[in-house]
Design a protein around this ligand. Structure first.
Ligand SMILES: [Zn+2]
Length: 73
């Protein structure tokens, strides 16, 4: 970012206690925040638990040779 953009830089993280725990938004959530973005919420769920994967996505991943399972490392 150049110095000329500093004036337009957006931040809403001025009160840490009232901030969203995911995006740190106070007045509004960021577009990528899982509390308002269903796709991000789904992505977080399937990372945390492979059983949350939809049948359609499981079929697609399987056809691509992807094994979507818990990390055993
Ligand atoms: Zn948020």
């Amino acid at each position: 970012m150049s110095d000329s953009n500093i004036g337009s830089y957006h931040t809403n993280a001025y009160n840490a206690e009232a901030a969203c725990e995911h995006c740190e938004g106070i007045i509004r959530h960021e577009p990528w925040c899982q509390t308002i973005n269903a796709a991000v919420c789904y992505a977080r769920k399937i990372i945390a638990s492979p059983t949350e994967l939809s049948i359609g996505d499981a079929t697609i991943l399987h056809s691509l040779g992807v094994l979507w399972d818990r990390c055993h490392g």
